[in-house]
Design a protein around this ligand. Structure first.
Ligand code: PLP
Length: 446
């Protein structure tokens, strides 16, 4: 393998190892080193690597037809995948708009919301409200609704104006004498005030990850929070856009994370686990009335990309979702997730630098702190999350650490999202290697 440096890598200082093969939850590099994929890349590889049924489905589709532009044709495989997704979607979601990834799904959802209000004669609605410490993607619309200051900062002049409210971040946000329910209602009241300030008739949508992922290391909502938000949106005719690009498609133990909250959004974005990494694909699931409005109005959604509904991507996603259904993998996510949680709590629950362990299904986050008693983060300049990632790679472990920003300050987190097919023995190895990596890094920085 050549040492070419012409690829514009994410990290320009150092070339990453060269991945050459993958099987199950393991990846191998060109030097022959093996890694446990404990984060599914970035919560993508729900079936692990090299799944024969998915590969066979992709081969069949390529042999038949790889690509047909959606301004000319639909394909059988896109129709089948949409049928499957609508068949298992929250109530009233009748249509699926296919895109190539998470950011594209969020962009499409934002534009659907805008066009919907234009078509029902409310063009004055032009504000989105979203949350701090959130992530919705890196394209400009998605970055604007996202609340990760570090990602947004230098691009701020290019971003549409979005109002951000507090996230549901129990470990840092809930007051000592407050119940989780009261905390949730306090957050709903904050959103209500924000809506009043903007003028309820000027707001298009509230955008949130059902379970937060890539910025603050898995933020699970408190009971009643999303129900309160759903009621508030309904009262003001505001759309609820739930972004389940990371937490959706089974990752938290139900197909859609919002099922556990008892709420149905107007628009739901999914990606990562939809195609499990076998092909780039994302989607927006939309309520029937939004699509009907456009059908009876302008007759078209004024948006589109060249690779919408790519046939091979749809074939891969269809196969991934059929395997999940056939092999009852959501049950496995719940069972293996409970096992992972118990192993994490046993091995790391009392660790002096693990402040919080939180998650659902096979989606777990650890918040790392210098001082547990006062929940104080490590100094951002130490870049603990980056050191931990390197140490874990040396231990043959892929984890997804990040240094989130909170009101301009940084906190270090680790995200775990192992494939749904992980065995108990593999979960044991993940936790053991993680503990070893963390101990090494904290001892190195003294
Ligand atoms: N939305 C959420 C919640 C995400 O976690 C991500 C990616 O991590 C995105 C959107 C963007 O997805 P993509 O990286 O596929 O563009």
């Amino acid at each position: 393998m050549s040492q070419s440096t012409h690829v514009f890598h994410r990290q320009l200082a150092k070339r990453p190892p060269v991945a050459v093969s993958g099987q199950g939850i393991w990846l191998r590099d060109a030097e022959g080193r093996s890694y446990i994929d404990a984060s599914g890349g970035a919560a993508v590889s729900c079936l692990g690597h090299g799944h024969p049924d998915v590969i066979a489905a992709m081969h069949r589709q390529i042999d038949q037809l790889a690509y047909a532009h959606t301004s000319f044709f639909t394909t059988e495989v896109a129709e089948q995948l949409a049928d499957l997704l609508v068949g298992s979607a929250p109530a009233g979601m009748s249509h699926v708009y296919f895109v190539s990834g998470g950011s594209e799904a969020v962009e499409a959802a934002l534009k659907m919301a805008r066009q919907y209000f234009v078509e029902i004669g409310q063009p004055q609605r032009r504000h989105f409200i979203a949350r701090r410490q959130s992530y919705h993607g890196n394209t400009l619309g998605a970055l604007a609704v996202g609340g990760n200051e570090w990602r947004r900062e230098q691009f701020r002049p290019l971003l549409i104006d979005v109002t951000h409210v507090s996230p549901c971040y129990e470990y840092r946000g809930r007051l000592p004498d407050e119940t989780p329910e009261a905390y949730g209602q306090r957050l709903v009241a904050e959103l209500a005030r924000t809506i009043e300030e903007l003028g309820p008739d000027n707001v298009m949508a509230f955008v949130a990850e059902t379970v937060g992922g890539a910025t603050a290391g898995v933020l699970t909502p408190v009971p009643g929070y999303f129900k309160g938000i759903r009621d508030l949106c309904d009262r003001h005719g505001i759309l609820l856009i739930l972004d389940e690009v990371m937490c959706g498609m089974g990752r938290t133990g139900t197909l859609h994370a919002c099922e556990q909250e008892g709420v149905v959004p107007d628009l739901l974005t999914v990606a990562k686990g939809l195609g499990g990494g076998y092909q780039p694909i994302g989607a927006v699931l939309a309520q029937g009335r939004i699509v009907e409005t456009m059908r009876q109005g302008s007759g078209l959604f004024q948006h589109g990309h060249t690779y919408l509904g790519h046939a091979v991507a749809c074939a891969a996603a269809l196969a991934v979702q059929q395997v999940i259904q056939r092999d009852h993998l959501l049950t496995q996510v719940r069972d293996r997730g409970a096992y992972l949680a118990s192993r994490l709590r046993h091995e790391l629950g009392d660790h002096p630098h693990v402040g919080d362990i939180r998650g659902r299904g096979l989606f777990w986050g650890l918040e790392l702190v210098q001082d547990r008693a006062i929940r104080q983060w490590f100094e951002p300049s130490l870049k603990l999350h980056a050191r931990l990632k390197s140490a874990a790679m040396e231990e043959g472990l892929m984890i997804y650490p990040m240094g989130g920003t909170v009101d301009g300050r940084c906190g270090d987190h680790v995200l775990l999202a192992p494939p749904f097919i992980s065995s108990e023995g593999e979960v044991d190895q993940i936790v053991t290697r993680l503990r070893r990596s963390l101990d090494r890094v904290v001892s190195d920085i003294g």
